[in-house]
Each structure stands twice: as C-alpha cells, then as structure tokens.
Ligand binder design. Sequence first.
Ligand SMILES: [Zn+2]
Length: 252
Amino acid sequence: MVKKNIDSEALYKEVARLMADRKQCVALTGAGVSAESGIPTFRSKGGLWEKYDPIEFASIEAFRKDPSKYWSLRGEFIKDYDRYQPNKAHLALAELEHVGIVRCVITQNIDGLHKKAGSKNVIEIHGNLMEIICLVCGKGYKAPHIPDGMPPHCSCGGILKPNTVLFGEELPVGVFMKAKEESASCRIMLLVGTSAIVQPAASLPYLAKQNGAKIIEINIEKAFPEADYFIIEKAGTALPRIVAEVNKFSHE
Ligand SMILES: [Zn+2]
C-alpha cells in the first residue's frame, strides 16, 4: 500500500498562519519538552522510582509523617539540576510569547526551564523543584539557599517542604484555577510533549476546545485524538520551524 505523503511544509504554514491570525495562544507542556534538555523522568526505565518507592519517599502522607525521608533523597531529585539548560522548544515558546502570539505557558514540568528560557507568563501546575516553602508561615526559599537541617526548618521554626505537588497531594487551587481560566479563554491551545492523559491537567484541552479554541498537538506520538492539527515531531524541531514560518508572515 502506498502511504499518502503528508506535505509537512503546508501543514507548518497553515498552523503558523492560524497562530498569527488568532493569537491568544496557550501552550500546555509536559515531560516531552524537557526530555530534549536531558532531564530524565523519574518514572522512566532506570529512573529514580525504579530504585525508590515514590509513595514512601515523595507522597504527602509520608512527608507529613517523616519529612526527613524526602529530604534525605532530595540530593537525588535535584542532582545535576544546575546543568540542565532550556532547549530549542523552550526558547521557541518564549519567542512566541515575545512576539505576542503565545499568551501563557501551562506546564506539568517542575524544572523551571520555561522561565529560564525567558517565558514570562508561566503556570507551573505541579510546582517548581527549586522552590521551597514553609508549611507554617508560607515563606519561600529558593534552592540552593535552603537552611541546613534534616529536615530543614524555616526561620519561624516551621518545617520546609518542596513547592511541588507530591504524590497524593491536591494541586494548589489558585494555580489550577488560573490554568482553567487561561484554557477556557484561549483561541488556540498547543499541546506540546504531553500525552495530557493525567488528570486534572487532562481536562484543560477539552475546556479549550469546548470554548472554541483550535487544538494543535505537537508530539512524537498522537495522544489527543480531538486535536485539529497533528505535528508528529519532537518539540525542539517543530516549534522553531513554526517560529520561522510565523516570522515570514510578519515580514510579508
Ligand atoms: Zn516559616
């Protein structure tokens, strides 16, 4: 059987034209975006959760019982974190925000690379691994400037917790509310490097679509059948190509 040759150049042109026309674009990103920066997923083969039980070390229940257990493994979580740099996908999204097309990035990643790449309006729905928060007074600390101690304590005496969503923990209400508002009011949603099957983030593309947004999926495998456009490609390849097409329009 002869497979129909999809004209990818036409697809990129059409997607870029749609983005340039509609603007008000929200990007929902996941692990696939950070993979190209070399960040391993804890769940993948050889990842941290093959060695350690996540429920024992990184669940909210375990943390409440004995926070030092999480802190004893903290070094493994953040190993090499200073070394990781934003890749072409992060930079392209920052560029698209800069030219007024992307309005907001909603990310499931906790590595902070979107901000590092220059994106300004970033909603980190699972938090940020380098941010630490006091469970008593809410004071924030930023790694590596964390008080000593096992577990470390805030200047007020409260126990410090990573500002990430642990297993079994609810997403912060305000943060997720903001993500829902952005999704319900955008005109385009880019799904990038995420299978978007884990709730509650999985509800966001549906929310966007119900409110009239077009969905553009950029993934190495199709994951969201309801998308209007599929670009089956690595994010670090596809997004710079979109930026290049968008730039052509602005010079016409
Ligand atoms: Zn405190």
